[in-house]
Design a protein around this ligand. Sequence first.
Ligand code: ATP
Ligand code: MG
Length: 392
Amino acid sequence: MKEIILIKDGEIVLKGLNRRQFEDVLKKNIRIALHELGKFEITSAQSTITVKPLSEDIDLDEACDRVGRVFGIVSYSRAALCEEKSMESVLATAPVYLEKQLRKAKTFKVEAKRSDKKFPLKSPEISRELGGVLLSKFPHLRVDVHHPDVTVTVEIRDYAAYVRADAIRGAGGIPVGTGGKAAVLISGGIDSPVAAYMMAKRGLKLTAIHFASPPYTSQRAEEKVVRLLQKVSRYATPMTMYTVPFTEIQEKLRDDCPEELFTIIMRRLMMQMAERIAKDNGCAALITGESLGQVASQTIGALGCTDEATDMVVFRPLIGMDKQEIIDISYKIDTYETSIEPYEDCCTVFTPKHPRTKPILKFVKAAQEQAGFEPLIEKALQNLKVTQIYPE
Ligand code: ATP
Ligand code: MG
């Protein structure tokens, strides 16, 4: 029996005129997600995208999992392609294809969607006929039109007939790449991978920036960030990661700035350097994993001082979330276990004992200017390490 995946796209429907372009990006992203699994034919018609595997040996379970992580999809389902577009073929296909689900269920209903108006039977007739056949083949079943355990759907389209069970909820959101580009500041922690995921969900194509301070931070800390991004890119599509050599800048910070301002000046320097990298990569915004009040550098005053360091829009999708809410998402996207591996981050080297929670911008800027970071910033930006990230 030939199986396919039927996909309903989501918010893109709302976008009226851009619909075509959104759908093209969505199809491209589906293609990228499936590309390793084999050859597929991906077509769209009548507000459904159809993914047809072109060889028998393709792992459709894995294909469905991957489709489930593509943003812009509201729901998807596996369906059997009927051999012919005839009622006989529908009646022959449904009981065989859906046998497992129907054996487990107590109640069911049949829903027919008939977009080919030339099909000889009307929708209620299709439902009635198939319902009757299923009741005779599975005598334990009852019909329940309000709360059925399984809804058997028959789709009669212009080009084929399909039979399927319930649709599965998709990842939602907007296709990655249709909302522009942004650079995410990524650490090895719990928060920033979640922030990256959330903004990719709103259609942004990501570039990742990571600050590393060897030998204070280890190679393994950087590898951990790569592994986190590989997880994130299962949703966010492949991306480029820039690793910024941050050691000399942090040493200067330690030597030439007041201790209580270490963190806030460091955050400003990160933003300034990230802005440069972002602009070079055509990104129009920065993304961080900051959450109001979580640590000393994330008070309203500290965030104000951080923000002032860049002209760019800064997205902080976690700003109003509790840690547990963030952790819940990190479980869902499977980054949690990696995030909690105990490697140091550059933020945790040279941390002041008493960081200012209400820094005064004037003093922060003066201290930063007096230390004079420009030559070191230029040097670091000329020595970026570039890593290509692919989903894993
Ligand atoms: P996370 O869990 O994302 O590490 P956090 O709660 O530890 O966040 P901070 O360490 O204060 O908070 O960092 C706040 C934000 O700054 C991070 O979410 C991330 O966006 C950015 N950031 C922190 N460290 C780095 C780093 N080494 N490289 C790039 N960005 C960083
Ligand atoms: Mg951190």
